[in-house]
Write a protein that binds this ligand. Structure first.
Ligand code: CA
Length: 230
């Protein structure tokens, strides 16, 4: 198994190289984010160990750009910060796991082996359907190149629909997932918010499937609506 280590602290980089090689891994070490991105983009590695604070490009930028390039190599982030916010950031951006420094080498190996078992499955961090794109990490929504401002509830509704593009979702399901609908309120609120989304994103952004619900259409794809509308 071939590993890329992106770490600018010389001592730690040398320790990682030695330890990982002793475990039987082929290890390449680079010391800055830009070089890390270049090497990782080749897709020649089975996993990447990535520091956050790096010269030229941060670890966060590296993982975002890798995923944007459709490179799905598992990434384990080494973070010097231990704030939940920082860790959540890394995972939102498409990293698979993280360890906070200082970490135990035994734990690193165990986590690494778990990632290697999972392999490089596509797992897009940015949701796309036709001209729509939605980034859960930055909460950025665009139609083509045009950025669109959504309220929190509008964003929640669109995100839920875009998690399964092409699938029809009934008002009850949407209400339950977007409005914390334990107590059933007025389902017409869903229709009202679909209206808001259409006004901001264009009439075609959300389709009504009569008697069944709503969906975000996927152009040139098979009809995925059978599950709910049959
Ligand atoms: Ca560093």
């Amino acid at each position: 198994m071939r590993l890329l280590v992106v770490e600018d602290e010389g001592g730690l980089a040398a320790t990682l190289r030695r330890g990982l090689s002793a475990e039987g891994f082929a290890v390449e070490v680079v010391a800055d984010g830009l070089r890390g991105l270049q090497r990782a983009s080749t897709g020649a590695f089975d996993a990447i160990i990535l520091d956050v604070m790096l010269p030229r490009l941060s670890g966060h930028q590296v993982v975002r750009q890798l995923r944007a390039r459709q490179v799905w190599t598992p990434v384990l982030i080494l973070s010097a910060k231990d704030g939940d916010y920082d860790q959540a950031d890394g995972l939102d951006e498409g990293a698979d796991d993280y360890l906070t420094k200082p970490f135990s080498f035994v734990v690193l190996i165990a986590r690494l082996r778990a990632l290697l078992r999972r392999g490089a499955q596509p797992r897009p961090a940015v949701l796309r359907a036709g001209p729509l794109s939605l980034d859960p990490a930055t909460r950025r929504v665009t139609v083509g190149e045009r950025p669109v401002e959504l309220t929190a509830r509008e964003f929640g509704l669109l995100e839920y629909l875009m998690r399964r593009p092409g699938a029809v979702m009934g008002k009850r399901e949407l209400y339950a997932h977007v409005w914390d609908g334990v107590v059933l309120g007025d389902l017409n609120v869903v229709e009202v918010y679909v209206g808001y989304l259409r006004r901001k994103l264009g009439d075609d952004a959300v389709e009504t499937v009569r008697g069944a619900g709503y969906r975000v259409p996927v152009p040139d794809a098979a009809d995925l609506s059978g599950r709910d509308s049959a």
